[in-house]
Design a protein around this ligand. Structure first.
Ligand code: FAD
Length: 394
């Protein structure tokens, strides 16, 4: 027996639930097929359990894609304000943490409950623990999805199965394989918003500082982010490093300004004038976490009284503080990455409807597409915006 719907959505995450609620709200008969035992697992674990659900400063410039203009239309049609209105309608208390990042005051469970309530009210059905065996294009048009709970068919099929990050939360390569099945190009994928690992000497020199955090400006190529860095047992993490990880490529140099927003040379010159007898490690201990400053002076900077630094030597020390070179050996990979870079080539997808240009009735939304946001609520905003656009179109 085949169960017929207007719209099938594969993946009950952020984008899929938004799409289902929107399409059902427009009177469509919608079924969400989710292989995990519950929907929205990534929403639940996001933002440290408080879900950084949007960013009020969202613009297309906050996204990485080989086709940077693709996200523009959907982001303009469903804005952070639209999602905030929904959050307020459900009386979910929220606050801005920093840089336009909005979090629930209480729990990310509220966002999942809100999306489920929207789906239920609009009449969208959800099948959990439902695994997809295969997807077929029907001769009569539309798609048949063969699952562990029967065969479902619909003229519109929306792929909202996300990326590869955190496989233990249900992530799978399903969407990429399906895109290829229907003739789509899938751009190479890699882990993004992910801690960087160190190996060899730099790892030995820093490992026992795990837990030390400091503000930095991390630069890779032409891109830089200023925020906190955290030393970990395996390397470096923290918002500045997660952000730059999406731009960093293996083998590329990474430079860290350890006194962001300050002129390192001016700072050192002033210290030499004011505290000529103080050693560099003492001076730096007042500017940086003490253990980190001491370690810098053990391995990277010469330690001696400030008055013994001549101008070129002071300049050299300032250069190192301004652009401390670290060679990352890699990333922690999908096990801890927040997002997947790359994915379904957006030039083969309509930016208005998210419909495939290769297979009529097939849509791709959310992280499965080659659109990846910065850290800070941008990825959920993309999920809401692309889910909403497809939900309006199907
Ligand atoms: C730890 C962590 C914290 C994060 N915090 C934030 C944050 O605070 N703010 C932010 O903006 N972004 C955050 N992100 C990123 C954000 O979670 C994702 O970008 C977003 O969830 C992508 O939405 P999506 O609907 O495309 O995919 P997902 O939310 O991943 O949903 C995909 C769904 O499809 C299901 N699925 C996969 N394969 C199949 C299959 N074969 N059959 C059926 N179902 C399938 C999955 O189980 C899942 O439920 C975080 C990510 C992680 C990992």
């Amino acid at each position: 027996m085949v169960f017929t719907h207007d719209v099938l959505v594969i993946g009950g995450g952020a984008a899929g639930l938004m799409c289902a609620a929107t399409a059902a709200g427009n009177g469509r008969n919608v079924l969400v097929i989710e292989h995990a035992n519950r929907v929205g697992k990534k929403i639940l674990m996001s933002g440290g359990g408080r879900c950084n659900f949007t960013n009020t400063g969202t613009t297309p410039a906050n996204y990485l894609s080989s086709n940077p203009h693709f996200c523009r239309s959907a982001l303009a049609r469903y804005t952070p304000r639209d999602f905030i209105d929904l959050v307020e309608k459900h009386r979910i208390a929220y606050h801005e943490k920093e840089l336009g990042q909005l979090f629930c005051d209480d729990s990310s469970k509220q966002i999942v409950a809100m999306l489920l309530a929207e789906c239920a009210q609009a009449g969208a059905r959800i099948a959990t623990s439902c695994s997809v065996d295969r997807v077929q294009q029907q001769d009569t048009g539309g798609y048949a999805v063969h699952t562990s709970q029967g065969v479902f068919s619909a003229p519109s099929l929306v792929i909202a199965s996300g990326g590869l990050s955190i496989p233990s939360m249900g992530a799978s390569g399903f969407g990429f394989a399906l895109a290829k099945q229907f003739g789509h190009t899938v751009l190479p994928t890699r882990a993004g918003l992910v801690p960087l690992t160190l190996s060899g000497r730099p790892q030995e020199q820093l490992a026992d500082l795990a837990g030390v955090a400091l503000p930095v400006r991390a630069t890779s190529g032409k891109t830089a982010f200023e925020n906190a860095m955290l030393v970990t047992h395996r390397g470096i993490s923290g918002p500045a490093i997660l952000q730059i990880s999406s731009y960093w490529q293996p083998g590329q140099p990474l430079h860290l300004d350890l006194l962001p927003g300050r002129d390192a040379l001016e700072v050192l010159q002033q210290q030499r004038t004011e505290r000529p007898a103080a050693e560099l490690k003492t001076v730096l201990s007042d500017l940086l976490p003490r253990r980190f400053a001491l370690r810098l002076c053990e391995h990277w900077l010469p330690n001696r009284p400030m008055k013994q630094f001549n101008e070129p030597q002071l300049r050299q020390a300032a250069d190192l503080l301004r652009a401390w070179p670290l060679v990352a050996s890699g990333t922690e990979g999908y096990r801890t990455a927040e997002v997947t870079l790359g994915g379904v080539e957006t030039r083969e997808i309509s930016q208005a409807t998210f419909e495939s240009k290769r297979a009529p009735g097939l849509h791709f939304i959310g992280e499965v597409l080659d659109v990846t946001g910065w850290l800070g609520g941008y990825n959920f905003q993309w999920a809401w915006a692309s889910g909403h656009a497809a939900g309006m179109a199907v």
